[in-house]
Design a protein around this ligand. Sequence first.
Ligand SMILES: Cc1cc2nc3c(=O)[nH]c(=O)nc-3n(C[C@H](O)[C@H](O)[C@H](O)COP(=O)(O)OP(=O)(O)OC[C@H]3O[C@@H](n4cnc5c(N)ncnc54)[C@H](O)[C@@H]3O)c2cc1C
Length: 415
Amino acid sequence: MKRFSFFALARNALTGHRNWAQMWRSPEPRREYDAVIIGGGGHGLGTAYYLARNHGMSNVAVFEKGWLGGGNTGRNTMTVRSNFLREESVPFHEKSLDLYQGLSRELNFNLMVSERGMITFIQSSAVNRIALQMANTMHIYGAEYRMIGLDEVRRRIPIFDPSPDMRLPITGAVYQPRASMVRHDAVAWGFARGADARGVDIIQNCEVTGIRRDGGRITGVETNRGFIATPRVGMAVAGHGSVVAAMAGIRLPIVTQPLQAWVSEPIKPILDEIVVIRSYYGTYLMQSDKGEIVIGQGCDPYPSYAQRGTFPIIEDATTAMLEVFPRFRRLRLLRHWAGMLDMPYDGSPIISRTDVPGFYVDVAGSGGFKTTPAAAYTFAHLIARDEPHPLAARLGLDRFSSGRLVQEGGVSANR
Ligand SMILES: Cc1cc2nc3c(=O)[nH]c(=O)nc-3n(C[C@H](O)[C@H](O)[C@H](O)COP(=O)(O)OP(=O)(O)OC[C@H]3O[C@@H](n4cnc5c(N)ncnc54)[C@H](O)[C@@H]3O)c2cc1C
């Protein structure tokens, strides 16, 4: 595996930065692979990495129609957490946090994992009830999640200064110490380098335009670089799931919606925690390492393939933020962007076989950055063994026909 050391850094600094080793190769695609992954975001690259590392499968290609991490992986607000309501969700998200904590070392790539803690304000009795339910589920799985009073909130957030005219007064909060921020580009690049070092071919600017089958089984993919034969295709294309699945003749129980975020000009360090305002479907904000206040909310509530959000969301989230932190009223907005997400009907990820043998789907959903390592880990297991990993056994497509949904939508699925 390639290693970068202090000496390499010094040598490159002294030689005009002309001798850096490439992070990954740009090979010509082979005509045949044991498995093909569609989508070069964190999920696709992580899956390729774990296929090679955990299952000894290195005759694998990742096809990305643009550039690595250029989809939602490079657009998200970088929060990772495991505070969920259902017993199927908590261990899965805890596994992701566990993996995140070890990945910088394992990949020898600094993912800048910053354990900030998340404070969710309680502003109604309904939210209070859900927070208690969530805390109970989390405790069963050994995950720390606790109710805190306003004194502790003030201690943790010295600038907490809610307006007395708040529409929904804050009565307390619930706290997950382990919630973190992780550098999103680094996740894609770290997995890419790790997969490449194990022999995986990563092909950028290569769009999958069709999926070929013979007698029902997958035989390969059509791309703008020609036909590539393979018996196994894994799809990890957040925001394009319906389009790619339709190439295999599959209709997924998802709807594609825009999700937006925006950041202020940078200011001095003032906010250590990740803060959630107005229930679990609410506004969230945190301060980036660069000093920007990063702000977001739930998805825009309509289907769209435009990577563009609407103004009412910005207005609503900004109002909520200013009710709690009136001193932010003079902050200037620096940048705004959006991505598009495939939202499963119950708000939980889908990691599943399909009715087409050899075609597997990973639908990240609304909070798929936090699940990246666990989804990749379990998706690789599924593709390599054609058997669901126990952690993702309840996240298959069969839950939509059996009615055993893993309902997180509208409760804890956002962000
Ligand atoms: C504004 C915003 C904020 C967010 N904040 C958070 C957050 O704080 N925490 C959190 O957990 N989640 C967050 N998310 C969600 C998270 O970013 C996504 O769920 C996650 O990144 C999905 O990763 P992925 O690898 O599945 O998809 P992507 O990173 O979108 O990668 C999919 C790739 O597939 C490629 N592709 C598509 N079709 C084809 C094709 N036919 N052929 C080849 N390649 C193709 C695309 O170009 C893309 O690069 C946020 C999302 C947005 C938009």
